[in-house]
Ligand binder design. Sequence first.
Ligand code: UDP
Length: 329
Amino acid sequence: MAILVCGGAGYVGSHCLEGLRQAGFDCIVVDNLTRGHRAAVGDTPLYVGDISDPAFMDQVFAEHSIEAVLHFAAASQVGESMKDPLLYYENNLCATVALLRAMERHDVKKIVFSSSAAVYGEPEITPIVEDSPKSPTNTYGETKLAMERLMHWCHTAYGLEYVSLRYFNAAGASPGGLIGEDHTPETHLIPLVLQAAQGKRESVSIFGTDYPTPDGTCIRDYIHTSDLASAHRLALEYLLRGGKSEIFNLGSEHGLSVREIVEAAREVTGVDFPVKLAPRRAGDPAVLIASNRKAREVLGWVPQHSDAHTILASAWKWHRDHPNGFDDK
Ligand code: UDP
């Protein structure tokens, strides 16, 4: 029996794939490589194609006995989602309809899904619990919420069992040093500050200094990819032992402001790179901090690598060792 990892060549997908393989799971990857990297899957069998292509997916399901699916294959940039919402509905929601249809055709009933803190929008209370109101402030979050609702109705109709994992801010790189964060274009704060420390960009812009936070910049809950990987393994094991559909936050319960990330990055890298103060970015809530109590209690998940220093030091090592990323452009 194999685990199908859709989007396993992407940033979070490849770290979770590595974790599953280290735990002894037999995995195969489907990825269209528009944003992922072939090198990120190592020697795991890789099928290059699109989850929205029924003939391609039928071939993958026919060649393997698939026990469960992990679904990471989605576009994930807030800014881009506000400029091109149709892309996000097509690439995230429509493609997930096609994936769930393929699973239905092949009688595969278990899925672990990559969701996001972006489903909550601007929270009324902090830390955010899973039952908090859902009111996305950007198209990306809206599509993640739509996919969760889609899985809910597939659960009701077809008996699909799903675990939806709402990541807060995925960050860091594998301790083994083989995989890390390499997006084109890069829009995420941590890789951008490290590129500035490397001299690959002149400065980093701080998007908004007038938020209602102690230093005026946005606060986020950064969670190390190693901790995301352990959560996915636990979620998969939960489903495989008959666990029912559930939704969990994955965060550290600790918030860091943009300025705090800049200062921690200066400390870890030893480089006093320049920053520029810039206007707010559309769609950004001021503060996003998770309660992770449910994942701790139900899955037994314990985040262990998500302090600022561990995140930045692992990411810095990847950036120094891979100055051109995966070098497959
Ligand atoms: N951010 C910033 N400058 C940048 C990129 C991001 O100030 O060049 C801020 C962004 O506004 C947000 C935080 O850093 O408050 C994290 O953004 P990122 O894009 O890394 O993740 P997101 O929160 O959008 O998932």
